[in-house]
Design a protein around this ligand. Structure first.
Ligand code: FE
Ligand code: FE
Ligand code: ZN
Ligand code: FE
Length: 156
């Protein structure tokens, strides 16, 4: 990897892998938690995530690359941690723990989309810049929903 466009393509494959892994993991997290509000938030984000996968396919198209994932070790690790919380926790700790684990995933996504959309801009790919910015806004909103739920309800 030498150029920014190669870095962009590689990171796009990383986040494409991540979104697919997240869409497979969210149903289990939703089933595990007790709070109806938290379930609703996770189910809503699952639907958004499926849409994000479709949006990423459009981003691949802007660079004439076939949509393809490349293993993201960070997401695999974060989802493994989420699984660990589900397996090891009960009661208040379960919901608060799963919520926190999901926020770690959102933070990873926010970091990745923030870089990707700025790289798209520098590369003159305005279409990708706009598409990636849309996803970034969804990830930030999802993170805010989780923060508000934690502070107002789940942590008590
Ligand atoms: Fe996402
Ligand atoms: Fe990654
Ligand atoms: Zn812009
Ligand atoms: Fe997300």
């Amino acid at each position: 990897m030498q150029t920014l466009s190669e870095l962009f393509e590689n990171t796009l494959k990383d986040i494409y892998f991540a979104e697919n892994a997240i869409s497979e993991a969210l149903p289990k997290a939703s089933r595990a938690v007790k709070s109806a509000d938290l379930k609703k938030a996770l189910d809503h984000h699952l639907e958004e995530t499926k849409g994000q996968i479709e949006t990423l396919k459009k981003v691949f198209k802007t660079i004439n690359v076939k949509p393809m994932g490349e293993k993201c070790d960070a997401t695999e690790g974060l989802l493994k941690e989420t699984d660990g919380v589900i397996g090891e926790s009960k009661g208040v700790a379960l919901d608060a723990g799963v919520l926190a684990a999901c926020q770690a995933v959102e933070h990873y996504e926010i970091a990745r989309y923030g870089s990707l959309r700025e790289w798209a801009k520098v590369l003159g790919n305005e279409e990708a810049h706009v598409l990636l910015s849309e996803i970034l806004d969804q990830e930030k909103a999802a993170n805010n929903v989780l923060t508000n739920l934690a502070v107002s309800k789940i942590n008590h």
